[in-house]
Design a protein around this ligand. Sequence first.
Ligand code: NDP
Length: 327
Amino acid sequence: PRAWTLAARPQGMPRSTDFAIVDLPVRDLAEGEVRVANRWLSVDPYMRGRMNDVKSYVPPFQIGAPMEGGAVGEVVESRDAGLKPGDMVQHMLGWRDEAVGPASAFHKLPLLDVPPQAFLGQFGMPGMTAYFGLLAVAEAKAGDTVFVSAAAGAVGSTVVQVAKAKGMTVIGSAGGPDKVAWVRSLGADAVIDYKAGPVAKALGEAAPKGIDVYFDNVGGDHLDAALAHARPRARFAICGMIDVYNDAKPTQLKYLARLIGNRVRMEGFIVSDHMGRAEEFYRDMGAMLAAGTLRREETVHDGLDAMPDAFLGLFSGGNTGKMLVRV
Ligand code: NDP
């Protein structure tokens, strides 16, 4: 078995030399442990934060140690009564082709009629982020005008579709004409190509009466544009700020003070705050799936060796929908 380790802490955009692939020792299972052949590995923007040596809601990766992340695999050996060979499980021992650990670290896939890798995307952590960020954090409701950035990504494309299914007007933003066309095909009422011109101007044209909700995946210019067009008592769910993850310099927001006059409620959140409501998520998303209102897109790289390229592709827009690696 092999695993990717963190070779060096990146300054700015990570380079291939910041990652190193190593052989893992083969070992026998202890009582209560399982061996899992990973089939699908997730790369997610938050992993960039774990490459820094800073205190955060997840601890930093350690230099020389295997990296971690979401994964789906098949149990191939078991010394636990709860899991048997052939069971498909999800877990956090990603960035490697084989995972060994206590059975309690591996969870059987929920009973939903989607392929296993969907539990790393729309029916997993990114999907829950979209669902609870929109409905619980931003308290978005039918009739609201919702603006969502990185709308062609895993989280953003789910926000667009849940918002449409719940009767909202949706404006997305994405980079380039192909992604813009795809987000429109998901049902968005308007889509901004943020690479084609200033976001604030385009948002003003798309939402002449302003926005009630902003679902932030990007920060920077996108957050400022949303503040420029926020209606009184708008709610901002601050999900991510990918524009600054590889950036050391602070951003300057021209419209920050509009928080005050318009009583904008802006709230950061972490998806794990809402894990206790997972059943509600599977039920409601399962119903939308059955009704044919959800579409799923994946960008797949092949082989464990492709992990760093797939990960870095997140920061250059290399994915439409969920970015995945198939082992
Ligand atoms: P995505 O699938 O959206 O992939 C990232 C996308 O971001 C890229 O495809 C790219 O699309 C866009 N992007 C990259 N750099 C920039 C930039 N500088 N400016 C504008 N757009 C950019 O990733 P996820 O759906 O997994 O994550 C989306 C966001 O949600 C991230 O910020 C992530 O950190 C956050 N998140 C937060 C969680 C929480 O608990 N709070 C949980 C999960 C995710 P394009 O081609 O359109 O530029």
